[in-house]
Write a protein that binds this ligand. Structure first.
Ligand code: ADP
Ligand code: MG
Length: 588
């Protein structure tokens, strides 16, 4: 079903694109109209780049005009001064933008947030300075004239056809991107970076890819722009233009290329159509500014986002037909029964935050196939331990062995590939995605033998959702689920990755008593499949019912460890954890 719809959509799009190219090349037009359309289409390609990096991946790029400039100057200097072939010059511009984008991304994307914004602004300013001051090469403020077009597309309308064709092809690819593994990873990184890493995504690599992709689209847009106008100068690629690109993205809707196209068209056509107001000074700017403010105020997801939210209900795929497959878990066990008997060994683990010794030299082991609980009062270091185990924090000292393998130095995604799955104390789902998409990301890992290819991934994710009882709502956005159900989706996402060890941080927190019973049954069903679980929870009924062994922490140190019943009888555990009076909880 979905694939038929997709094919129809693609065919419809191709027909529309072909019609657009035919119209702009064949129907006679005024120079002015051609001018506006060339500008819109070349800008739109650069804005598509921002759809990728900002819309899909959530990374800010305030230097898109600089990448646009790389493409424009490559075509300008290449064709005018070096007498290069247009296409070769365009490819060179795209290549330069790609390399610069990748380099800028690699050096700055570890920073993120405000730093990233500032570094991209500085980069933009440096590029402008070079354009203005490196006169022997760039011609400085005079700019570059006599830029050549490709042989077969000398007339401005023929060249416009090229631009519209490029918009269609690139727009199509950007439109399809979110449904590809790379696009899904980008959305996961945007929605929740920590969870993306723990779900097996190499966050840094995905960000650099998004940045480089955005830069290359900037370069292509700029190269075509230079061909269209035959003259470029530094002021066309300034910081102010970068802001215009960002505004176009936000105005139309950051999440899809349609939005980019709407935003670009609007910001180019709106000022032009208000020119008749020029007789009243200032009025034109006021109306222009006010329109933008009103749109952003009343359509926070942009114009296309606004439309999409209204039609989403009719676009949802139909429910699955037939029964889901049974969820296969941890097949690694039987095969490696003679390997290390411990699923997890923690040795002298320390995690200090400055003077705070959150975890201060703890050791414990989790036996294969067992449910092991990690308990202790609030602030005793349980979550920190889990964060060190899953690689979100690097250990100050000590070692972590997963199935006998030292994973202490591995980043989160590599530990996930090595067999770790986890949920978070504060639920971390990918909020803009459906339940199914969330779980697909859990299933989708390099080297994952259980599911390769899209159909297999969907089946695996569906089986995991069915296992937690939510398969019927697979296509709903996760934000529409109750808190308890969101926890179940998080567990399904971890299970889909086929972990050998499942880490659960307070899964019962915030659940009502019915939900707690459901969770207890789910944990028992997971344990019955032979999966090893390390669970943190304050609900002692749950802990005593599911856990066979317990490690107790207090002030970052281990104060007890062993068979559940024995541990809970120890006086110092009762004192530290339960308080001396049974009715007075020492924790909340
Ligand atoms: P628990 O999960 O057992 O309630 P945590 O592991 O969250 O405890 O916290 C243990 C201690 O470490 C607390 O004192 C907490 O304030 C401190 N801590 C946790 N994370 C950080 C951090 N990122 N920076 C500084 N201190 C932290
Ligand atoms: Mg905690």
């Amino acid at each position: 079903m979905a694939s038929t719809r997709q094919t129809l959509g693609t065919l419809g799009f191709a027909a529309l694109a072909a019609a657009a190219v035919a119209v702009v090349t064949l129907v006679p037009m005024q120079d002015y109209t051609v001018h506006i359309l060339v500008q819109t289409s070349t800008f739109a390609i650069a804005v598509f780049g921002l759809t990728v990096v900002l819309g899909l991946c959530g990374q800010i790029n305030l230097a898109q005009a600089a990448f646009f400039g790389f493409g424009a100057y490559a075509v300008g200097l290449g064709t005018a001064d070096l007498h290069m072939n247009f296409w070769l010059a365009l490819a060179m511009g795209a290549g330069i933008a790609l390399v610069m984008g990748a380099l800028l991304g690699m050096t700055t994307l570890k920073l993120g947030g405000h730093y990233l914004a500032m570094v991209t602004i500085s980069f933009q300013q440096i590029v402008t300075l070079i354009m203005v001051n490196w006169i022997p090469v760039t011609h400085g403020p005079d700019g570059v004239g006599r830029i050549q077009r490709p042989l077969l597309f000398q007339s401005s309308q023929a060249f416009l056809g090229v631009c519209v064709f490029a918009v269609a092809v690139i727009g199509y690819l950007v439109w399809r991107l979110p449904q590809t593994p790379l696009g899904r990873s980008m959305r996961a990184v945007r929605d929740n970076e920590l969870a993306a890493g723990v779900a097996g995504i190499n966050v840094y690599k995905v960000k650099v890819a998004a940045f480089a992709l955005s830069a290359v689209l900037g370069g292509i847009g700029g190269g075509l722009f230079a061909g269209g106008f035959a003259y470029v100068s530094p002021d066309q690629f300034s910081f102010a233009e970068s802001i215009v690109f960002i505004t176009m993205t936000l105005l139309g809707g950051v999440a899809a290329p349609v939005g980019a196209l709407i935003g670009t068209g609007l910001l180019i056509v709106l000022p032009e159509s208000l020119r008749f107001l020029k007789s009243v000074p200032g009025l034109y700017l006021a109306i222009y500014g006010l329109s933008i403010i009103l749109i952003i105020r009343y359509m926070p997801d942009g114009i296309w986002g606004f439309v999409q939210n209204r039609v989403r209900r009719w676009l949802a795929p139909p429910p699955f037909a037939g029964a889901p497959a049974e969820l296969m878990l941890a097949p690694a066990y039987a095969a490696s029964a003679d390997a290390a008997p411990m699923a997890l060994e923690v040795r002298d683990l320390c995690k200090h935050f400055g003077g705070v010794k959150a975890v201060d030299g703890i050791s414990f082991s989790v036996r294969r196939g067992q449910v092991h609980a990690l308990i202790g009062p609030n602030g005793s270091g349980k979550t920190t331990t889990l964060n060190v185990l899953s690689g979100i924090y690097t250990a100050t000292s000590g070692r972590v062995l997963l199935g006998g393998r030292d994973v202490t130095a591995l980043p989160p995604h590599a530990r996930t590939v090595a067999g770790l799955g986890r949920t978070f104390q504060n639920i971390r789902l990918f909020r803009s995605m459906t339940a199914l998409e969330n779980v697909i990301i859990g299933a989708e890992q390099p080297g994952n033998q259980i599911a390769s290819g899209h159909a297999a991934l969907v089946e695996r994710a569906r089986a995991a959702l069915a296992f937690v009882g939510l398969e019927a709502r697979a296509h709903e956005l996760v934000t529409g689920f109750s808190y308890g159900h969101q926890r179940l989706i998080e567990i399904a996402r971890a299970l889909a990755g086929n972990p050998t060890l499942l880490l659960l941080d307070e899964p019962a927190a915030g659940l009502n008593s019915t939900e707690k019973l459901g969770l207890r049954d789910l944990l028992k069903r997971i344990a019955a499949k032979g999966l090893t679980i390390l669970i943190i929870d304050h609900d002692m009924t749950l802990v005593t019912e599911v856990a066979e062994s317990i490690t107790v922490l207090n002030f970052g140190r281990r104060i007890a460890d062993g068979v559940a019943a024995d541990v809970l009888r120890q006086p110092d555990v009762i004192a530290a954890y339960l308080g001396t009076e049974p009715d007075a909880p020492a924790f909340t």
